[in-house]
Design a binder for this molecule. Structure first.
Ligand SMILES: [Zn+2]
Length: 411
């Protein structure tokens, strides 16, 4: 392929993905209904439902603006060879090889972060604030940013650095070596997320003795599943949105409950949410999920190895000679149709898994308690009750609330 063809392909891909997302957002916005379904009515007063509608409209308008901005920006930079220009600019200053590539990504990261900053500030302090979700103070926001930078420099630097090292020194079979590194990395993050990464941003405290703990222990005995590493996280520091998750593998497994979840739910509802999470473990969703992501990464790295040394790809982005960093950027876009397909397949699987986990909670605990919890969560998070089916198909990792309630209601 000539560099011209590659550039057109890249521009075609970003245009298609932009238009597709706009159409889906539009369909989703149109599929809203103003009346409430019967079994949700007791949770929502009209005022709150109107607020939820308003929230979605605001988010859609905001996303319309940000995606137009980022689409037009990327299109122009690609079309006028801006990425190649930056490469030529840096070469005389930092030389060649890994140092050049890492500096290149560093500069791009800083530039894109500066461009994104106003949007991220607006979203947190204006939109989320107006709808009563935001708890982030400007101080937390800045400290989060700084910690995020340090983490990006260390983790991103190590990962991209080792990838670049392998590409520069090993040749086409680099992908096999990096596959192994990526696998170990994902396993590591999975195992130590709650003990190493989460504490950087939040405070985790073991769940205190009391009614909730007793109820959880009773359930745990009944299903013969250890539920002893229970932690409470101060999610309320940033947002009123609630959540719960399991983390880790084997003995390191921890259950993390948001304080916001504990504050707004009854003990039975909380146990039901845990029962759902246990369902994911019992049905081996976690292990399969891990295996699937390892396979996806292998496929991605293999395809990357087929184009990473092509000079035409660098030239498509405006480069004068082969530059690995330009090819990695181009690969990121050229691979996006494949990653979109695998994300759709992943979402299909994930929605199926959610039903299975719900079914597990229904069989081992109280279906009504999970129904109540899901309704409350959905109302508190102002979830969309009537998402468009096409939007759900592409983007939803969880089935829409009404479908889940319906399934849970089946005896
Ligand atoms: Zn789930």
């Amino acid at each position: 392929m000539t560099s011209q063809t590659i550039l057109f392909l890249i521009l075609g891909i970003i245009t298609f993905s932009y238009l597709l997302n706009q159409v889906l957002d539009y369909l989703n916005l149109k599929s809203r209904k103003s009346e409430l379904p019967e079994d949700i009515k007791s949770f929502y007063n009209e005022e709150k439902y109107a607020k939820a509608q308003e929230y979605h409209k605001t988010l859609s308008n905001f996303s319309f603006l940000t995606s137009a901005f980022s689409f037009l920006g990327s299109f122009a930079v690609l079309y006028f060879g801006g990425f190649g220009f930056l490469d030529q600019l840096l070469r005389p200053m930092v030389g060649e090889g890994i140092v050049l590539s890492l500096s290149y990504f560093g500069v791009l990261f800083i530039l894109s972060d500066i461009l994104n900053l106003p949007f991220s500030i607006y979203s947190t302090f204006v939109i989320e604030e107006r709808f009563g979700f935001n708890k982030t103070t400007p101080k937390t926001f800045i400290v989060d940013k700084l910690k995020g930078y340090v983490l990006t420099v260390i983790v991103g630097g190590l990962l991209i650095g080792s990838l670049l090292y392998l590409i520069n020194n090993i040749g086409e079979s680099f992908w096999l070596y990096f596959w192994a590194i990526a696998g170990v990395f994902i396993l590591f993050v999975n195992m130590f997320y709650t003990s190493l990464i989460l504490p950087l941003f939040n405070k985790l405290t073991p769940l205190e003795d009391g009614e909730l703990k007793t109820a959880i222990e009773d359930y745990s005995q009944k299903i013969d599943f250890p539920l002893d590493n229970i932690y409470v996280i101060d999610g309320s520091k940033r947002s009123n949105k609630a959540n719960a998750f399991f983390s880790g593998i084997g003995k390191r497994k921890k259950i993390v409950l948001y304080d916001t979840l504990i504050n707004n739910h009854s003990i039975e509802e909380l146990v039901a949410v845990l029962a759902h999470e246990v369902g994911h473990f019992k049905k081996k969703h976690v292990i399969y999920g891990f295996a699937i992501s390892i396979l996806q990464i292998g496929l991605m790295l293999f395809i990357m190895s087929q184009m990473i040394y092509s000079e035409a790809v660098s030239q498509a982005l405006g480069g004068q000679q082969l530059a690995i960093h330009l090819n990695l950027l181009a690969f990121g876009i050229l691979y996006s149709p494949i990653s979109m397909i695998s994300s759709i397949l992943g979402n299909i699987l994930s929605r199926k898994n959610e039903f299975e986990a719900d079914a597990y909670a229904r069989l081992t605990y109280k279906p009504e308690a999970l129904q109540e919890a899901l309704k409350k969560l959905s109302v508190d998070n102002l979830s969309n009750l009537y998402p468009h089916p096409a939007y759900v198909f592409l983007h939803y990792s969880h089935p829409p609330l009404l479908q889940r309630l319906n399934e849970l209601g089946k005896a």
